[in-house]
Design a protein around this ligand. Sequence first.
Ligand code: SAH
Length: 351
Amino acid sequence: MKLLCSLSFDELKELLKSYGQPAFRAKQMFSHIVAGRELDEMSNVPKELVNRLGDDGWRALGVKIEASFRSATDGTVKYLYALGDGNVIEGVLMRYKYGNTLCVSTQVGCAMGCRFCASTLGGLVRDLTAGEILSQVIVVNALNAEDGQRGVTNVVLMGSGEPLDNYDNVTKFLDLLSCEDGLNVSKRNVSLSTCGLCDRIRRLADEGYTPVLTVSLHAPFDELRKKIMPIAERYSVREVIDAAKYYFNKTGRRVIFEYSLIEGENDGEDCAKELCRLMRGFPCHVNLIRLNYVKERGLKSSGESAIDKFRKILDNNGVSCSVRRSMGSDIQGACGQLRRNYIEKKDNNDN
Ligand code: SAH
């Protein structure tokens, strides 16, 4: 499927020129696309053009909201999107005082195999295109825009998938997202979370991309990390930290490390102390996360006292850290849970 939203303004202008359209048409259609309208909703665009584009396989957007779930406690909204090929993906909109943050997916499923994560349970189905990633932001932004305020102010690439395993589409998405004529989301307001593909972290920095880099570390020892995250077979903890330092030195942006606390696995004093040793002299931040329970995975979050103890060791050693607020846990806010449930229900109905 060819998506108009994956074109830059100049590319759209070129395309419409080849359809014999006047120059103003690109501006007209571009603003419809950014506002989340599909071809047949563009009231001032001639029907004949809409039909011709449709016949040639063009659509404006790559996702449709299939369902949404609003948390009763914190206003977080979980979205299930349908893609053109029948696959589904998910995302979460979190409301903070400073604005709305949308968490987007970059792949259908995931190949990384982290042991606590629901997104990777069925493996990788396919990469999302840049247009499909952007479409998630466009439709949620349109739905939540109020009184001239944008509906999405911040974007985190932290949904299903490993963004750096889909490098070309993700970087194209970053370009489109910050494009001034388009959604114009400030580059300062974008974060990218990775399980630590070191060569790609360096490439991102070398190519001038500057999202806030969030590295899912989850363990300070190689052997332990291998038990939790298969990617640790490819890159050692040392290599991950070195790549993060490289990114910081090149971009000047403080790196965040994610550390999900799993009861009896990575929440001991030895882990906390080793983490401090690794972070020494590196101006970064550690986000401690309560593990969201995923039934297929069976791993449990550490209890509050273990979390507290872990945090104190980091604090006492001068490591900047915070315990992440859990949001949307009543609506399956964790990575991949909603899609997983949707697929299970569908399978049960089909049988
Ligand atoms: N592949 C990327 C981005 C997707 S995962 C990455 O690994 O960073 C986004 C974040 O959610 C990661 O930090 C991941 O470790 C975390 N995560 C996944 N499943 C989780 C769960 N059940 N509970 C808590 N955090 C989880």
